[in-house]
Design a binder for this molecule. Sequence first.
Ligand code: CA
Length: 525
Amino acid sequence: MKSLLALGGALFAASVALAATPRPPNIVFIFSDDHAYQAISAYGEGRKLLPTPNIDRIAKAGVRFDRCMVTNSICGPSRATILTGKYSHLNGFPNNSNSTFDGSQVTFPKLLQKAGYQTAIVGKWHLVSEPTGFDFWQILPGQGVYYNPPMLKMGERIQVQGYTTDIITDVSLDWLKIRDKSKPFLLMAQHKAPHREWSPALRHLNFDRDRVYPEPPTLFDDYSGRGLAEHDQDMTIAKTMNDRDVKLTPPPGMNPDQRKQWDAYYEPRNAKYRAANLQGKDLVRWRYQRYMHDYLATIKAVDESVGRILDYLEKEGLIDNTIIVYAADQGFYLGEHGWFDKRWIFEESLRTPLLVSWKGVTKPGTVNRDLVSNLDFGETFLDAAGVQIPAEMQGRSVVPILRGRTPADWRKAFYYQYYEWPTPHRVRPHYGVVTDRYKLVRFYGTGEDYWELFDREKDPLELKSVYNDAAYASTKAQLEKDLVRLRQELKVPEQIPPEWFGRRGAGDGTGAPKKQKQKQDKKAE
Ligand code: CA
């Protein structure tokens, strides 16, 4: 009797403890590829390119981060940084052309899995080796394609019919439905869209009814006021954008019925274009308009996907204990400086959208300007789950910021480093320090090193380096100090191994053998 009473007491104590410990939050991480914040209506900036009502639901319920910066602005490196909470020089994935992710590393999904979470990743992975730390994974091999994609499902190659954004959404929702409901979960739904070549869903081909999009003020930038790197890059709409990018050549993988609908939209417009024989600025303007149509149309499907996932979470009553994140792997140029692509420390490329809602924690409609990063994502999820953040991770949890209380010692300076050179896109390797107002940048690794300094308060479009302006001497000295300190704290090596720049001479526009070039193209960007 006594022992039964004791047992009852112990059970009672255990159930009180359970009730007192809230269930760890679920995490839904919706992640797209190359989605510029300029193309999210919640960011409300500039050209009002596209309404994104579903993505905006997350901003309305939570926090819009206005200065979320990536450590290295390209696809694979961003993903490796998110998983490991480490910079490229420590996670071993500095570029897209010859890096392979070491899946034996400590990653936040593995730690969540160990802590009792069910984990899944669906969609674009782009880290070459197979995913580790996931109970379920179904990924696109390499870059993936927009139509009827081959996929790898738990290591098995399968062929899926349909539009890739919709497929990623379907597979994500299917997993949510069959998951072990006794456990908290992490779902990473990772879109290919709106990555190059920006191929829309057939239902969205005429979504904008041939709208004429406003041009950015720097569409015809001449790069004066800046150095060799800006002049010498290969990522302009004028010179680099190709026939496949502008849909004069259709994308791969469509079936005959899909192709028929595709041609019905593009062919009459392409015929008109061919007849016009556009040159110079007129040609750039035409390409820009085609680019905006295609790029934004792919985002329409992403926005619908976000809507479907949010609707499911609401319907299932999961919204009360789920952190919902929308982010991309980096920013992107939508014609600013005449460019597409990313890579630079400059704002459009450096900054990635980050919207986070967490019911009962985030104050609806908050806008935050703290210097946060994709380096912080993993740490944030671990913190929210009550899991200890390993000391080796280099970022910091933004949970206090989500609660509306930025720690007094939050970072005031952020370190950035880009490696991949010379292909694709000929953006010279550079590193630098970013503050709320300034950017100090050093181009390195090509034998033509030089510095630039930008004052974003006076020059928000980053058009003129003031590195040699005596008025900035003390600012420069402070930034140089920050840079030295950050490089030391973050353990950045002085000498960069040559292979970190990528597979030299094997990419676009270098005359590399065709077979090798195609292989490279698959992995590029
Ligand atoms: Ca990307």
